[in-house]
Design a protein around this ligand. Structure first.
Ligand SMILES: CC(C)(COP(=O)(O)OP(=O)(O)OC[C@H]1O[C@@H](n2cnc3c(N)ncnc32)[C@H](O)[C@@H]1OP(=O)(O)O)[C@@H](O)C(=O)NCCC(=O)NCCS
Length: 298
């Protein structure tokens, strides 16, 4: 019998994480403490159990794209095609529709999951590409003359300034229908994990660029590239590549052997920058959207 229930205890959170890690082994999963810090009235985490064994997990939340919900149903590969994903997705969509959302977004990266999503009326809206870079001997870049590179560990107070001076003005430049809607609190808690691995470019008293890494305690040898942004008036001056090369040199010194990032297919500037830095292409993610409440096709 399939039972769907809400995540409550730390053990539930850990069970939720283990499903996500089994389904997406190549993506960093936030720790229990990080996930606890993300709790909000709109955010729902569910577990799917069959005969008391956790076989699936799900998430419904407000999307950072704003104005819509984001849902994710995941089932352990060996427990698929038994109706678990359907039960999970319907529970997630019921929650999102109950909050008043009329559109849900999800992301899939294999044909089977796309076929599953189509049954509920999801249609493709755009694609994201994974870019991957092995880390070898990485030289620290030469110190720039017009600005300085510092870490958030050295200047913690500048992370809030980076939100105002870099994140908010550069979010509209991503290839998204609407700029990301990220609060200052989310920026402080969800967009950074180790301040020593986050680099800022500072000119005078202003933060002009940001780039760094999100570390993975489950797979310490692999890190995800964090948000990269440079103020418009400073573009074309190698600020982003200097920041990224700094994070790559830091990675090499901290036992990291591979870094990866997901970029919107249409974000030409970021893809080209990563190509220039030696990234190659990996997986393709398909972003899909459906009207809520979801209707199961016959
Ligand atoms: C998508 C996912 C959640 C489906 O879980 P599931 O428990 O296997 O789904 P269900 O058993 O409820 O599938 C219902 C129907 O969807 C379709 N479907 C599901 N997986 C399919 C596949 N691999 N190929 C073709 N059709 C598929 C079928 O019509 C299936 O009915 P059937 O088994 O009677 O033919 C699971 O494959 C998964 O975890 N994928 C990775 C995460 C992901 O991409 N989630 C996105 C969804 S929001």
């Amino acid at each position: 019998m399939i039972e769907i229930r809400a995540v409550e205890t730390d053990a539930d959170y850990e069970a939720w994480r283990q499903v996500r890690i089994a389904v997406l082994p190549y993506e960093r999963c936030p720790s229990v403490a990080e996930m606890r810090a993300m709790e909000s009235p709109e955010r729902l985490l569910l577990l799917a159990e069959v005969d008391g064994e956790v076989v699936g997990s799900g998430l419904s939340d407000r999307s950072s794209e704003g104005g819509r919900a984001s849902v994710a149903a995941r089932v352990r590969p060996e427990r698929r095609r038994q109706g678990v994903g359907t039960r999970m997705l319907l529970a997630l969509s019921e929650h999102a529709a109950g909050l008043g959302y009329d559109v849900a977004g999800a992301s899939v990266d294999d044909e089977g999951s796309l076929a599953f999503a189509h049954r509920f009326g999801f249609a493709e809206v755009k694609r994201q590409v994974e870019q991957v870079r092995p880390i070898g001997d990485e030289a620290w870049p030469a110190a720039p003359s017009e600005y300085r590179i510092v870490t958030v560990a050295e200047r913690p107070e500048l992370w809030a300034a980076a939100y105002e001076q870099v994140a908010l003005p550069t979010f509209p430049d991503m290839d998204l229908p609407k700029p990301l809607d990220v609060s200052a609190e989310e920026w402080a808690t969800e967009w950074i994990n180790d301040p020593a691995a986050m680099f800022l470019a500072v000119a005078g008293d202003d933060v002009i660029g940001v780039a760094g890494l999100m570390l993975d305690t489950d797979r310490p040898e692999r890190a995800e590239v964090a948000y990269t942004g440079v103020r418009r008036e400073w573009r074309g001056k190698a600020v982003a590549s200097t920041l990224k090369r700094s994070s790559m040199a830091w990675a090499a010194e901290h036992g990291i052997t591979e870094i990866y990032t997901w970029t919107q297919e249409g974000n030409e500037n970021m893809r080209r920058l990563n190509e220039h830095l030696g990234f190659t292409y990996g997986l393709v993610g398909i972003d899909v959207r459906a009207q809520l409440p979801l209707k199961l096709a016959e």
